[in-house]
Design a protein around this ligand. Structure first.
Ligand code: PGA
Length: 255
């Protein structure tokens, strides 16, 4: 039985002060919810403060990106070694990194390897763009991204994949539960062929793209979908706690 997971990707939002306030607003309620892994991914500059706030809580911390070298002359970059003292998770290959910052499949693959070497659990993001979706190329794109992302990586159960169709991110136009479930099942199959079926069955595969407390049930009531990577709605305490509470209810009922 896979433990459902809800991760909040704050993206480039919240100053350090705002970030601490947001954590304070949700900490107690979020901490009490059982049966769901809860992960907050604030900006780098807030990781130290928030890691202290989350000590002795059931909430885990993630980063939104990292470089693949452990240290050295890479001005402005943050290394997996640095993150390993603060976080459990790291989001890798988010479509905003791929499309705005030119991250290729090869770079993402190096980051995946470096994260695992440093005991960070990757949340590897994959997903097709609108043109690719309309051309019926969803499977082709996610197949390529998953295979490239996992190239030369040994099977590991502590690994999370997020299926995030680019056209659904920040647009208010989420995929349907069915669409997401079909692609997530396909991704699990790809991982099964690449690694092995048993590891693939244990991986959490999340949906991401315009998830709210109003539509989370549509996704999480599907057994294929193990949780969500939430952007915009993770910046509102009430919304994010609502998403996690509903996830706990649905998955408890499904047991
Ligand atoms: P969104 O973002 O929930 O704002 O659509 C999701 C993501 O990019 O992870």
């Amino acid at each position: 039985m896979r433990i459902p997971m809800i991760a909040g990707n704050w993206k480039m939002n919240t100053t350090a002060t705002e970030a601490e306030r947001l954590v304070l607003e949700m900490l107690e309620r979020l901490d009490r919810i059982e049966g769901v892994e809860k992960v907050l991914c604030p900006p780098f500059v807030s990781l130290v403060a928030i890691s202290m706030m989350l000590q002795n809580s059931s909430i885990q911390l993630g980063a939104q990106n990292m470089y693949f070298e452990a240290k050295g002359a890479y001005t402005g970059e943050i290394s997996p070694l640095m993150l390993s003292e603060l976080c459990e998770f790291v989001i890798l290959g988010h479509s905003e990194r791929r499309w705005y910052f030119g991250e290729t499949d090869e770079i993402v693959n190096k980051k995946v390897g470096a994260a695992l070497t440093n005991k960070l659990k990757p949340i590897l993001c994959v997903g097709e763009r609108l043109e690719e979706n309309e051309a019926g190329k969803t499977d082709e794109v996610v197949n390529r991204q998953v295979r490239a992302g996992l190239k030369d990586i040994e099977p590991v159960r502590e690994f999370v994949i997020a299926y995030e169709p680019v056209w659904a991110i920040g647009t208010g136009k989420a995929a349907s539960g069915k669409q997401a479930a079909v692609t997530i099942e396909f991704i699990r199959d790809v991982v099964g062929k690449l690694w092995n079926r048993s590891t693939a069955q244990d991986l959490r595969i999340l949906y991401g793209g315009s998830v709210t407390s109003a539509n989370i049930v549509e996704f999480l009531s599907r057994p294929e979908i193990d949780g969500a990577l939430v952007g915009g709605a993770s910046l509102k305490a009430e919304e994010f706690v609502g998403i996690v509470e509903k996830t706990a209810e649905i998955k408890k009922r499904a047991k």
